[in-house]
Design a protein around this ligand. Structure first.
Ligand SMILES: Cc1cc2nc3c(=O)[nH]c(=O)nc-3n(C[C@H](O)[C@H](O)[C@H](O)COP(=O)(O)OP(=O)(O)OC[C@H]3O[C@@H](n4cnc5c(N)ncnc54)[C@H](O)[C@@H]3O)c2cc1C
Length: 272
């Protein structure tokens, strides 16, 4: 359990609900800007019931939505800043291979978002990544900025710097009720807190949680299955090898896409 960084008090500049990666980063930036910030988390930390747990995540610049790719230079800069501030390695550049049928609209939008002209065929891709075999009828686009974020480590790091900047993190404390107003009152399982500003970063709980405020947001939590595949040749898909992250787009058999990372979580097992 994360120890509160200061004795319990009830009034803050800002209250943030939910200590996943979104809430923890938000709270960190507020504390860095000298806002007296309370970060509330319903479960004891670390926990594995939200979206931010696990050892690894893909980070990339290529997005079909231009507004995401425009944010990515800032995002990479903020990750570097956090690495420097905590003395922790949080990002490993591996490259990301985007796969799909030639001319597939999302793949094309990703290519444009990267500002690259090159589309790779099977031969060109195998030269870059010998372990990668492109299925017939597909081409690839390379996002060289793509790589792996060490997710659990990142979450710990950002919560640690939040506290270092004077923030208060209270875990195992579920928010039950919000009373809006010029000063917002937040009631948890352990106390009552007040602040002129409230930020809700409750991840998949958000939709149900904000109904008490009369907000009916069109949010639908999605469950993602994580599978681990054994390397055929031991060591061939590890971080030490020339092994990229990958993401498929526009496959009729997998409309929501399939993505994978080099085998870093468990030796010899690729996460897909
Ligand atoms: C298996 C998987 C793989 C993914 N892979 C990638 C990837 O490769 N690349 C990528 O960019 N993204 C990936 N994502 C998405 C990314 O992980 C999420 O977008 C991100 O973690 C969302 O963080 P969050 O803080 O919004 O939500 P969460 O991590 O769910 O945090 C919300 C927090 O709010 C807390 N909370 C909720 N209600 C209350 C309450 N009433 N009181 C107090 N606390 C409350 C919850 O307990 C939780 O800790 C993946 C997600 C999953 C699940």
């Amino acid at each position: 359990m994360a120890a509160p960084s200061q004795p319990q008090k009830s009034t803050y500049d800002v209250i943030v609900i939910g200590a996943g990666i979104q809430g923890s980063f938000t709270a960190y930036h507020l504390a860095q800007r000298h806002k007296d910030t309370l970060l509330l988390e319903q479960f004891l930390l670390p926990h594995s019931r939200g979206s931010s747990h696990g050892q690894s995540r893909i980070i990339r610049s290529a997005y079909p939505q231009e507004y995401y790719s425009r944010m990515m230079p800032d995002s990479f800069r903020l990750w570097q800043q956090l690495e420097a501030e905590t003395g922790t390695t949080l990002y490993r550049q591996t490259g990301l291979v985007l796969l799909g049928p030639p001319g597939e609209p999302e793949l094309e939008a990703c290519r444009r978002s990267l500002g690259v002209n090159e589309v790779l065929d099977a031969v060109a891709l195998a030269k870059l990544f010998p372990g990668f075999r492109l299925p017939a009828g597909q081409v690839a686009v390379l996002d060289s900025t793509g790589g792996v974020l060490f997710a659990d480590r990142a979450l710990r790091a950002v919560q640690e710097v939040f506290r270092r900047h004077g923030g208060t993190l209270r875990d195992g404390e579920k928010v039950l009720r919000i009373e809006p107003g010029a000063t917002v009152t937040v009631t948890t399982t352990a106390g009552v807190y007040k602040a002129p500003r409230l930020i809700i970063t409750a991840g998949p709980w958000t939709g149900a949680f904000v109904e008490q405020l009369g907000l009916h947001l069109p949010l639908q939590p999605v469950r993602i299955d994580v599978c681990y595949w054994r390397e055929k040749q031991p060591g061939s898909a590890g971080l030490g090898s020339v092994s990229p992250c990958f993401l498929t787009l526009g496959l009729s058999q997998a409309p929501h896409g399939i993505y994978g990372l080099p085998s870093i979580e468990y030796p010899g097992l690729m996460k897909v």
